[in-house]
Write a protein that binds this ligand. Sequence first.
Ligand code: ASP
Ligand code: MG
Length: 412
Amino acid sequence: MALIVQKYGGTSVADAECIRKVARRVVDTHEAGNQVVVCVSAMAGETNALVDLARELGGARPPAREYDVLVSTGEQKTIALLAMAIQGLGHKARSFTGAQMAMRTDGSHTRARIESIDSERLLRVLADGAIAVIAGFQGVDADGNITTLGRGGSDTSAVAVACALGADRCEIYTDVDGVHTADPNLVDGARKLDHVSYNEMLEMASLGAKVLQIRAVKIAMRYGLPIHVRSTFGSDEGTWVVREEDVMERLVVSGVTYNRDEAKIRVKGVKDEPGVAGQIFTPLAASGIVVDMIVQNLSSDGTTDVTFTVPRGDYARALEIAEKEVPRTGATTVEGDEHIAKVSIVGLGMQDHAGVATRMFGVLASESINIQMITTSEIKISVVIEEKYTELAVRALHAAFIEDGAAEPTAE
Ligand code: ASP
Ligand code: MG
């Protein structure tokens, strides 16, 4: 007998018929001899509708406490309906709001952090042979105020509950069949991955984030909880997100990702002396701008160029700040470019393979794509290129590293 936490997203519980199907699936899992906790999102579109209403009456930034009281109602509806549907199939089920299961969070409304969960209460319900149906996305702070975890937070609720209960696994049911080697809308040959490690999943953020909240992956990683991301609309296996040692094939490259949400700033002719980097980056950090890539190179005249990327939304502000620092750093010019893309290859097997970067650069060169910046980690190589070549780069890298069998598992 296993203890399984299943999470169903909004599209999986979109209407009464969908909820009936989910109930069937939950009951099948229970009848197979497992203890089941089901965590649900609000019905598709519900949270957005509530957010719109909040803005209509509460303005662009509605009062956070009341916002949470309102938007958390979406999930409350779903837990009651699903519990009814399960009972209709002749099984015991009990619904729990965040407060009822003592999902304790801090007091930061609209983006609360989970602190603790009353697992005893849920375990008693399971021991009694019932299915626990819990509301995702919501919690309660020390003063009894309703809080929410941020959009997409139900994944985090499900994983946190699974960890607290010591569940054997957490199944995330969604409208896609798993995590893919590239964005299937861009690359025809993209395929579903059977296994992916927590770290790969975190590095693949742009591919992974669509199916699973990154925060949830971090919690699962800390506890070693296996996550199975799969489709609600079929019975095929999806993608398992697991510990590195449980990944069967260590692919050299398991995913090709891209990100068009960054912009590049280059500060030229900076004095080559201690403290200068700090002079550029300290004011950026002080304004809450998160810098992603940084490259510094020495020019022949003894000055250096510092190039970095920031979220595109912060570009104008970051440019202004960098320009302001020019006199202190001795910089000659500051120039920016918004039309860039970051393309990355990610894979555990990179660690035991030499020449992956060289090969990546070769593939881009053969498509005449110029590389502007490069960064690497143990399992990821990222390059910045001109935005208009994004698709071409992703397709070429996917063809070279994944479709051509170059992604053969490494020996171990
Ligand atoms: N219903 C919430 C949202 O739409 C939480 C979730 O679905 O995960 O963001
Ligand atoms: Mg989601």
